[in-house]
Design a protein. Sequence first.
Length: 261
Amino acid sequence: MGKEKMGKENVIILSSQETFSVHGMEMKLAEIGCVSKYVPIDMKKLQSNTESCELIVYYMDETVSDSASFLVYLKDLCMEKEKSLILIGKHEEYNEAIKTIPGRCITAWFERPLDMKAFLDTVSDVFSQRMLQQTRKVVLIVDDDVAYMQMIRDWLKDSYQVVMANTGIKAIRWLTVNKADLVLLDYQMPITTGPQIFEMLKSDTETDELPVMFLTGQKSRESVMTAMRLKPVDYILKSIGRDALRDKLDQYFAIQKAIAR
């Protein structure tokens, strides 16, 4: 993809210092329509600047090995808030970063000196993919098992925009400012249970028509019937495979589309 002008997009550039190289990236990003902002290696400053950004560029240096807690925070931020992450640095700096940040969180890595054209093409691709994602159905997964949610997200992300919440409260907060097309809700949630979260959604006029499918690890007929008495649109056994889950969601949305005609 060439350096054609995009719409205004927000990029955070992380670096231990606001160097000449950082300024150079800011100018080049502006040329393709991206608004960028330098943020130092500071968790509070990163937190206060990430709400409107979609892409984080981490320009690493030798200080990366001294930033273990920051790397953990960056990893959690990218996973929980669905931020894209590009790493720039030497091979040893990259190796240090991936001790904490898993590969699935990293969109791309560039060695220094930076190949600016390849970098800008990748940035353009990131925002093109995000624009495509915005046209897809939004599936909110609510489950206290983060590893399970990540697996389901990996299964669905090529066809759906997937959001994760590991507590009912986080899910409800997210829904106060965002819209979902379907909720996959763990029936056996601790503290606030799946049925309790379901009732909270149904008692709010903003979410009372939101379709919910229960996720359950209980295979017994009695357990399934108990879940279905609450009248979710369906239930899904947690033992379901990738293809079967995709088929179930595809069929559900196909039926909804046909009904809406």
